[in-house]
Design a protein around this ligand. Structure first.
Ligand SMILES: Nc1ncnc2c1ncn2[C@@H]1O[C@H](COP(=O)(O)OP(=O)(O)OP(=O)(O)O)[C@@H](O)[C@H]1O
Length: 200
């Protein structure tokens, strides 16, 4: 994963014709992590989507080196399939092999649930499944939007271990969260510092 990077320069974001924030600069190189903080509606998810290339920036530049995997509130797993089948769909797209998927399932303590239909999984189990997809992808750049939502203490600790291993292997993690996350010394961006005057 050496060579992974995410570089934001002078990023501004407008939604619904309203300028939300501007002037966001952030450079993450291999092994780097950052945490986005700030109140509801300040634009954390919007910035994540700009980083993923899912939303166009109103100004500035985004430089991405390495594939990106994102986990947000959208589960994007087929409810009618078993957890393994649903994750295998993405593993094929991501170019991940069965061993990588099994490692990700184990990392998120999902092995006992692997044959369960996605629709019966609990909130926290679904969140762990979404994280397993990111882990299995092998993408160096992880974008985690509220990854701790619904996770109990044990699952949060699992997430912390996965993040640590990913960073140690030269990966990059950008997370947005209202709750403390088990990340060691991330760069912290308070998005209120970048709020546009006309943002409500
Ligand atoms: N598709 C859209 N069209 C117009 N406005 C939008 C759209 N999506 C989001 N917004 C607005 O953009 C603003 C920022 O939303 P965003 O989800 O980025 O905030 P956030 O900081 O992640 O909030 P939260 O802490 O609640 O998750 C909000 O005011 C929201 O209503």
């Amino acid at each position: 994963m050496s060579g992974a990077a995410l570089r934001l320069s002078g990023i501004a974001c407008a939604r619904g014709g309203r300028l939300l924030f501007r002037g966001v600069n952030l450079t993450l190189e291999a092994g780097g992590s950052a945490l986005l903080r700030g109140p509801n509606g300040v634009g954390k998810s919007s910035l994540m989507r700009i980083c993923a290339g899912l939303l166009r920036e109103a100004a500035g530049t985004v430089e991405r080196c390495g594939r990106i995997a994102m986990a947000d509130e959208r589960l994007a797993l087929d409810m009618e399939q078993s957890l393994t089948q649903a994750l295998s769909f993405w593993a094929r797209i991501d170019g991940a092999d069965t061993a990588a998927l099994d490692r990700a399932l184990s990392a998120m303590a999902l092995m006992p649930l692997r044959d369960m239909p996605v629709r019966i999984l609990s909130t926290g189990q679904r969140k762990r499944a979404a994280l397993a997809r990111v882990i299995a992808s092998g993408a160096p750049v992880w974008l985690l939007d509220e990854p701790g939502n619904g996770l109990d203490d044990a699952s949060l600790a699992l997430l912390g271990r996965c993040v640590e291993e990913h960073l140690a292997g030269g990966g990059i993690v950008l997370a947005a969260s209202h709750q403390p996350l088990p990340m060691r010394a991330p760069v912290t961006l308070d998005m209120t510092d970048y709020a546009a005057e006309d943002a409500a």
